[in-house]
Design a binder for this molecule. Structure first.
Ligand SMILES: C=CC1=C(C)c2cc3[nH]c(cc4nc(cc5[nH]c(cc1n2)c(C)c5CCC(=O)O)C(CCC(=O)O)=C4C)c(C)c3C=C
Ligand SMILES: [Fe+2]
Ligand SMILES: [Fe+2]
Length: 354
């Protein structure tokens, strides 16, 4: 638990006067903040990868295909090949000291730093993963045990998508379904256009570019993709990404040629949001662009998709196509600017509860 328990608990009951003699003891009344991110395997071995990918790719919010069509593909082609290949990728970025993925290390650190910023207030902070461990259910249980009657889940996806934000809410409510004494719940809205977030991204670009020995001709804001069909059915994710990029351009004083928007991490055969990151990078190199930098505004922390897919695969593709200088701009992670984003938005959304 990442707790700031200080004795400054809210009164257990707003009613005055002593409890009847036979009344069960009341737990202290605190507010829980649950930071959530996508998920992570427990290890890079095939069994851990299989378990993680099965849970992830069985989620109907992620793969909208009919189960009768999807499951034979999932349990056939996907789960017999992908665990090995993905495990090799995860092994390249694994945090060996903590024996966990960077996504879990960064998310835990964010929770610890957020807890620190609530020191002296009746707030308990936990973190959970939509897929894998620590599960959202286990985090909710720890918050309830700590006396949280109100829980705000902050799924750290700046841009809303049903495939990420909504499924985190589904999982939270699943964890509460069987409770008799259910806490009050709030969830975080998308924060793709919040000034504090745009400013943190802009500063992360400026700070990073100042460390480079070259000036990128193009900076690419690469977001995780979703199938195009989900967008056409009403998922606002694409619009949120475009708005983040537009505000970032305005903040930096750059045009669309200097700061491009692309989508990465395609999965399966259908069309995903375009333009694709890998194809764009290849095209730029072939057109004679020598130097680029890529940031991932849609990922609150670095993970397999930023460190390995962008930092290795896409870099190699750029260099293979003739590009010379490539740099990956780190995610906001648990940096001071990154934590300012989380704390400011969480505090605002807690208004009336503290
Ligand atoms: C149909 C498949 C997928 C959709 C839709 C999807 C959407 C989506 N994902 C993220 C953020 C992350 N995805 C991550 C890993 C990952 N994503 C998919 C597939 C879909 N994602 C797979 C199969 C994987 C596993 C990695 C692999 O095997 O290649 C991660 C990283 C997790 C980690 O531990 O590092 C993140 C984060 C968003 C934001 C999003 C839609 C907006
Ligand atoms: Fe993904
Ligand atoms: Fe990927």
């Amino acid at each position: 638990m990442v707790s700031t328990a200080t004795g400054l608990d809210r009164p257990a009951s707003k009613a005055t006067g002593p409890l009847p003699a036979n009344h069960p003891a009341l737990a202290p009344d605190r507010v829980g903040v649950l930071l959530v991110n996508l998920g992570t395997p427990d290890g890079t071995d095939q069994k851990s990868m299989w378990r993680y990918l099965r849970e992830f790719l069985s989620d109907p919010r992620v793969i909208e295909l009919n189960k009768a069509v999807w499951y034979p593909i999932l349990y056939g082609a996907v789960l017999t090949t992908r665990p090995k290949k993905s495990g090799e990728n995860y092994a390249r970025i694994w945090n060996r000291e903590k024996d966990e993925s960077p996504l879990r290390t960064f998310t835990r650190s964010q929770a610890e730093k957020l807890a620190e910023s609530f020191k002296g207030e009746p707030v308990v902070v936990e973190y959970g993963m939509r897929y894998g461990n620590p599960s959202i259910a286990s985090a909710v249980e720890r918050l309830r045990t700590a006396g949280c009657k109100r829980i705000m889940m902050a799924a750290l996806y700046p841009q809303y998508s049903a495939t990420t934000t909504a499924t985190a809410s589904d999982q939270l409510f699943r964890a509460l379904m069987d409770l008799r004494d259910m806490p009050a719940i709030r969830t975080l809205p998308a924060y793709h256009d919040e000034p504090v977030y745009i400013d943190a991204l802009a500063r992360s670009i400026e700070t990073h570019l100042a460390t480079l020995s070259f000036e990128p001709e193009v900076v690419i804001a690469s977001y995780h993709g979703i199938p195009k069909a989900y967008f056409e059915k009403g998922d606002p994710y694409h619009c949120h990404c475009q708005k983040t990029s537009r505000l970032l351009r305005e903040r930096l004083g750059w045009d669309e040629k200097k700061l491009m928007t692309t989508f990465q991490s395609r999965f399966g055969a259908q069309e995903w949001l375009q333009p694709y990151t890998d194809k764009t990078v290849e095209r730029l190199a072939k057109e004679g662009v020598n130097s680029i930098a890529i940031l991932n505004p849609g990922f609150s922390v670095d993970c397999i998709e930023t460190l390995d897919e962008i930092g290795r695969e896409v870099r190699e593709e750029f260099e293979h196509a003739g590009g010379k200088n490539f740099s990956h701009i780190p995610c906001l992670n648990d940096s001071a600017d990154g934590m300012r984003v989380v704390e400011q938005i969480v505090r605002r959304e807690l208004e009336g509860w503290l």
